[in-house]
Design a protein. Structure first.
Length: 173
């Protein structure tokens, strides 16, 4: 929905708040691997699922330094969550291994979550209701997929695109 009070840079102020419960997507935010010309992946979701069952792309994926710096500078591990769309237990384990290898100590094991549904708002709201004060809790979801971000925002979840984090990284260097 259009916000008549929006001002450029507002997202960067939100990103710097230390009191937020943060949710991070893996693919395109915490992990860097292939990014296709269609703006999503180098293949369809079905092809990706088949490929990942036989090949562990997360074994060689890296985490961007600016993301690691952001997490260590502005957040607390007990308030950091990973919420990734994943189709199988094999993908879940590959992603868990990636998080533990690349972001050691920054995410508690119980805060690494997987959704089988592209509407991540359902799980975000459940976490916020079970552990905090629901959507009243200061929170933020960082994702790279505008379709996911749209669903989050329609559900009342505060969410920003990874480009806002890129902007913050550019402003603080």
């Amino acid at each position: 929905m259009f916000d008549p009070d929006y001002r450029l840079g507002h997202d960067t102020e939100l990103l710097k708040r230390k009191d937020l419960v943060r949710f991070f997507d893996i693919d395109g935010v915490l992990a860097v691997y292939g990014y296709g010309s269609d703006g999503i992946n180098v293949c369809s979701d079905e092809e990706f699922d088949d490929f990942v069952e036989a090949h562990d792309i997360y074994k060689t994926a890296i985490g961007p330094d600016f993301v690691k710096d952001y997490i260590t500078s502005f957040s607390e591990p007990d308030r950091n969550f990973v919420l990734s769309l994943s189709s199988t237990p094999t993908q879940d384990q590959q992603k868990i291994d990636f998080i533990n290898r690349v972001y050691p100590g920054l995410f508690l094991p119980e805060n690494i979550l997987f959704s089988r549904d592209s509407d991540k708002s359902i799980l975000v709201k459940k976490v916020l209701e079970d552990k905090y004060e629901g959507l009243k809790t200061p929170h933020l979801f960082i994702d790279d997929d505008t379709r996911v971000l749209y669903k989050l925002q329609v559900a009342g979840v505060t969410a920003v695109h990874i480009s806002s984090l890129l902007l913050l990284a550019g402003l603080t260097t």
